[in-house]
Every structure is written in structure tokens, then in C-alpha cells.
Design a protein around this ligand. Structure first.
Ligand SMILES: [Zn+2]
Length: 135
């Protein structure tokens, strides 16, 4: 863990509302990836999806849209059809977690997404019971 990673975490936490805290710190997972030709391959895509308990398809769609790169899941991996430089993938992952995983009330990651019908979805917190509509 470099200090750059810590700074990034602090940045994320400072952007979230602070209410009660359990003192436990959620460790934000990171993608491990490499480039091969014109592709970027995320080695631990499935593991990250499991850690944050979100549908891999949903994460893949988010990345495709945000980065404007076609992506395909292949077993444990996600293959993106472009060379992606720097830390952009993990920045997007952190954005995703901030938006679709962390509870806005208690700042815990113990949440799930509930389909409300009519294409509406709520982020439901299992720690404090808060519900928030996802846009
Ligand atoms: Zn909560």
C-alpha cells in the first residue's frame, strides 16, 4: 500500500457524509490488470465483484459506459478492448463503489440493490436500514 492509495481513500471518505462510524475501515478492493496488445485485462475482476457483492455484468456495463470501451467477461477476468493507461480503472472502480456500494447514511459497504419495478432501484443498507434511490 503506497501513500498514494491512502490519499485516494481519504479523498473518497471525505466526499462521503460522515455520521456514525463503527471504527472499522472498509478496504476498497483494487483491480489488478495488465495490457496485452491493444487490450487491458483485469485479472481479478470476478474476485472484486464478489468482494463488493455486485453483479459482474453491472460493473462491466458501468465500465463500458464510463470508459467508452467494449468489455467482455472471460471467466475470472474482464477483457477491455483498449489499452488503458495509469490508474483510470481503479478510479472508476472507486466511483462505482461510492455510488453503488457505500451507504450514504452510515458509510458502510453492507448494502444490496433492490429492484423497485419501473426500472427503479434502491440501494438498501443492511447496517442501518437506510434506502436511497439509485440514478
Ligand atoms: Zn447504512
Amino acid at each position: 500500500m503506497g501513500s498514494e492509495y491512502e490519499d485516494l481513500l481519504d479523498e473518497i471518505y471525505s466526499n462521503l457524509p460522515k455520521k456514525q462510524s463503527t471504527g472499522e475501515r472498509f478496504e476498497i478492493p483494487k483491480f489488478e490488470y495488465f495490457t496485452e496488445g491493444n487490450k487491458t485485462i483485469v485479472k481479478n475482476f470476478k474476485a472484486v465483484a464478489e468482494k463488493i457483492r455486485r453483479d459482474p455484468q453491472f460493473i462491466s456495463k458501468f465500465l463500458t459506459k464510463e470508459l467508452a470501451v467494449p468489455a467482455e467477461q472471460q471467466g475470472e477476468r474482464l477483457v477491455l478492448q483498449r489499452k488503458l493507461a495509469g490508474n483510470i480503472l481503479n478510479k472508476k472502480l472507486e466511483e462505482f463503489i461510492g455510488k453503488y456500494v457505500m451507504c450514504k447514511q452510515c458509510n458502510r459497504p453492507d448494502t444490496h440493490i433492490e429492484e423497485m419495478g419501473n426500472r427503479l432501484r434502491n440501494l438498501v443498507c443492511e447496517s442501518c436500514g437506510a434506502q436511497a434511490a439509485i440514478r
